[in-house]
Ligand binder design. Sequence first.
Ligand code: DTR
Length: 335
Amino acid sequence: MRKPTTALVSCLVLVCLLAIPALAGTMVTYANFPPAKTFPAVQMERWKTEVEKRTGGELTVQTFPGSTLLGAKNMLRGVQTGQADIGCISIAYYPGVFPLMSAVNLPVAFTSTEAASLTMWDLFLKYQPKEFKDVKVLAMFTSAPSQIMSKEPVRTLADLKGMELRASGSILRILNGLSARGVGMPMSETPEALQKGVVKGVVSSFDVLKDFNFAESCRHETIVNLPVYPFAVIMNKARWESLPGEVKMVLDDLAREQAQWTGQYLDNHINDSLNWSREQYQVEVHKLPPEEHAELKRLGEPLVDDWKADCAKAGIDAEAVLKDLLALQAKYESL
Ligand code: DTR
């Protein structure tokens, strides 16, 4: 029998080596801007676990929380250009870029994150907005309703006068209407701004009291039920197209469940965070006089008009979107 030539053996070895990565499946990177403890990063880890399990390891996900791969403001561009395969964006940090889905940031008084997140997902599915045409959307979810967390007590709206508060999106405008001083910045820059005294408080959902330890400096919490913030998990389009069909199916099937899971997680976590802050730092929770809630509502109204004007410019039927948003909110909040 003839012995195999050295060239043939080398060829076989090369073929085997090239086959190993194919057998090991595909690895994708997933960037996130806030730290690992916060809810956008917690949902990212849950998504990774489920994806790896459901694809039998065919897709593995390498996660980068805390702006270690991309930060809050370069996330969108970074995913579009392939610096990361997947990224989590806060829609409110990109004014004017996502007119349709910004509807979810309007002052419509969501009381549940689960309901807000499912509403957002259904709205996205129905309208397939072209503002996301350059990326693949893998998941959507929202923050919980936004509240005031401050160093000094805010017992009535008059206490807000001149107070520098960190916010973003539609809430900035509401604050300015109240003669507070809204300072816009992503959540990932807020710990430093609070520590340096650039801001005297934060408007966000109560999860941040524990997850960023804001309860230590913000001992006063005021319930104002301002808007939720919408988030989207997006993937580089070409990278998405390169995935095997069965992997794509697993990711698509997971999307709605991920919205619901994240909403439920955050609804529970809000209570946990508030209880922890009471025990740890004896924070006080204030309620505004009832008539001041009506004032907050009045201040939110022009935002809806502005949003409608943005939609008109982008050729979006704002009335139809708002009608659907309110119907979905009513449906999910009554479950
Ligand atoms: N309130 C929004 C969203 C938000 C709420 N909790 C966190 C934690 C980490 C990042 C963002 C958020 C905001 O202020 O950006």
